[in-house]
Design a protein around this ligand. Structure first.
Ligand code: BGP
Length: 479
């Protein structure tokens, strides 16, 4: 009993975190391009105007824009069957609202996709991954405005048409459910309620805007599913959520209820709408109690019902606990709320490591939706170092990934229809939450550092060879 035949082993990235070339080929400015670097202890900053002399990690990132052939060749050397990446919206529509796509941007992804196909690597494309055009933020505060649906659909039409026959798997929005908490407002939705320089963690949060934005994104996702199937019936469209597995801190019923609430809002609300095509009942009380009123138009419910996704995907890094005790201390680095689990250890960024939580959640997801599942992000952000002999000995990363693969295997034995696994940041890239290079996830080390130095050279880590064996044996090397 191993992993299913044709299981998609691979890796995942996002354009804004690895491409660089932020003004090349006619690319416009995305919300990630106005974020400065930060560290685990110092928040990155948002600067609506680019400041001279300030370091913006996305501008050059790891220079994948110029080195993608070398990178794809390394992925192929590991035996990747799938590569999940995103298309930068601003390469195709620089301001977001143009009527015609930018040919140079389309051509870049032609080449990238062709390079994958050369090695028989199946692309999985995230349509929107923390890269909303800043033009749309300035114009109408991004997804708060219903007109953004048309801009997004133009973008979808351009890429669905152009890459027809070469791509099969698409994801409408990265980690859509991050927008159920303040942290997803800018990154996921491009919403900036006050346009002025500020610390990333000090954004002005207006929950009404986030949830109205989500309504527009739900409609956009449903319409994109319909459009994709019209353009190519072979297309498979998925949702993508953060699976923030959560437990009650104690068996006190009040803690269990607090946990159930957290799960409903954080882990299920968005995927319930995207997988089932309608709003769940429990959200009404949440809206009522939080003063949220969704503006719906006649026909919206029908649109949602007609556009459920074909499959479910998620990221999985950590778990947390919920308690009814308002005094309980929150964990460091846990952007998603919740208190630390006394039974688990954490990464250097305070993310609690919980492989069994992955098995637990995969079972829950499968029971709920009965749709194929991919784990499209997972991994350990860690400080790596190059030893004197030039090797990067990242046995801690191997340990992390191995334990998660074993638990995915258990989930498969439990009967979960798991189709693929694309660990995050298969090549070192810029961290989304902190904007730093020092938090590395890759099988491939990139010589790029937070002071802007480094020659971008690539080097295989120990985990590179280990993962190659995992793929070659369809997982048996670790079971
Ligand atoms: C997810 C995002 C990625 C990513 C990853 C790791 O939330 O989809 O873009 O970067 O988490 O997070 P970080 O980079 O903050 O360590």
């Amino acid at each position: 009993m191993s992993f299913p035949k044709n299981f998609y082993w691979g890796g995942a990235t996002a354009a804004n975190q690895l491409e660089g070339g932020w003004q090349e080929g006619g690319k416009g400015v995305s919300i990630s391009d106005i974020c400065t670097g930060g560290t685990a202890d110092r928040s990155k900053r948002i600067t609506p105007e680019i400041e001279e002399g300030t370091f913006y990690p996305s501008h050059e990132a790891i220079d994948h824009y110029h080195r993608f052939r070398e990178d794809i060749a390394l992925f192929a050397e590991m035996g990747f069957k799938m590569y999940r990446f995103s298309i930068a919206w601003t390469r195709i529509f620089p301001n977001g609202d143009e009527s015609e796509p930018n040919e140079a941007g389309l051509r870049f992804y032609d080449e990238l996709i062709d390079e994958c196909r050369k090695y028989r690597i199946e692309p999985m494309i995230t349509i929107s991954h923390y890269e909303v055009p800043f033009g749309l933020t300035k114009k109408w505060n991004s997804w708060t405005d219903r007109r953004q649906i048309d801009c997004y659909l133009n973008f979808c039409r351009a890429i669905f048409t152009r890459y027809k026959g070469k791509v099969k798997y698409w994801l409408t929005f990265n980690e859509l459910n991050s927008a159920t908490s303040a942290v997803g407002g800018l990154l996921n939705q491009g919403i900036l309620n006050e346009i002025r320089p500020m610390d990333f963690m000090e954004q002005v949060d207006v929950p009404q805007n986030r949830f109205q934005g989500l309504h527009h994104q739900f409609l956009a996702s449903a319409l994109a599913v319909k459009l994709a199937h019209e353009i190519d019936p072979e297309y498979q469209i998925g949702c993508m959520q953060i699976m923030a597995t959560s437990y009650g801190l104690t068996c006190k019923p009040a803690d269990q209820l607090a946990n159930q609430k957290q799960n409903q809002i954080m882990n299920w609300f968005c995927s319930d709408v995207q997988c089932r095509g309608k709003y769940p009942n429990y959200i009404r009380r949440y809206f009522r109690e939080n003063g949220i009123e969704i503006q719906m138009e006649p026909g919206d419910e029908e649109i949602l019902l007609a556009g459920p996704v074909d499959f479910y995907t998620c990221s999985y890094y950590m778990s947390g606990c919920q308690t009814a005790d308002p005094e309980a201390k929150k964990g460091k680095g846990n952007l998603l709320g919740g208190v630390p689990n006394p039974y688990l250890k954490a990464s250097d960024w305070g993310w609690q490591i919980d492989p069994e939580g992955l098995r637990y959640s995969l079972n829950e997801i499968w029971d709920r939706y009965q749709k194929p599942i991919f784990v499209v992000e997972n991994g350990l952000g860690a400080y790596d170092k190059i030893d004197e002999d030039g090797k990067v000995r990242d046995d801690y990363r191997i340990e992390y990934l191995k334990s998660h693969i074993c638990q995915m295997h258990e989930a498969v034995l439990d009967g979960v229809d798991l189709r693929g696994y694309t660990p995050w940041g298969c090549i070192d890239l810029v961290s989304a939450s902190t904007g730093e290079m020092a938090k590395r996830y890759g099988f491939i080390f990139v010589e790029r550092y937070d002071d802007g130095t480094g020659d971008f050279s690539r080097r295989r880590k120990e985990s590179f060879y280990w993962y190659r064996d995992v793929i070659e044996t369809n997982g048996e090397a670790v079971l």
